[in-house]
Design a protein around this ligand. Structure first.
Ligand SMILES: [Zn+2]
Length: 138
């Protein structure tokens, strides 16, 4: 793994993250710069910078986990909508060079944005991760 990749460090538990759920191939955790309550990231364990580098199996696993967490977010937070966003390259808004899917609960009237500027409180993120996990489909 690239030793400067923060998401690889999270996968390896060398960096903290408020995990919602994980499996053999993917990990879901709360974004520490959330743009909305419940903003969750889903990443493959295997490092790949973007959609052009990722193998099919980890991409499928990431999508499947994103689907499960989407259901949990809907049940936990009842947002008006849910954005599923995956950026490739700076021009598309990518800022971490490890493939990731954003799950962003949206509510009517909120402005669209994809990266928050304020770091969230750890206790709030921990509570949110637990809350979302409590709604995961079986
Ligand atoms: Zn990585």
């Amino acid at each position: 793994m690239p030793d400067n990749c923060i998401f690889c460090q999270i996968v390896a538990e060398q960096a903290p993250a408020h995990r919602v759920i994980e499996d053999d191939l993917a990990v879901a955790f709360c974004d520490i710069f959330p743009i909305a309550t419940g903003h969750t990231l889903v990443i493959p364990r295997q490092h790949a910078a973007n959609v052009f580098e990722i193998d099919e199996e980890p991409m499928r696993a990431t999508a499947a986990l994103a689907r499960r967490v989407s259901h949990a977010l809907r049940d936990a937070l009842a947002p008006d909508g849910l954005a599923v966003y995956q950026a490739n390259g700076a021009a598309a808004g990518q800022t971490v060079w490890h493939y990731h899917v954003h799950l962003i609960p949206r509510n009517d009237g909120e402005p669209l944005a994809f990266h928050g500027r304020t770091r969230a409180d750890d206790a709030e993120l921990a509570a949110m991760a637990k809350r979302i996990a409590g709604h995961l489909p079986g």
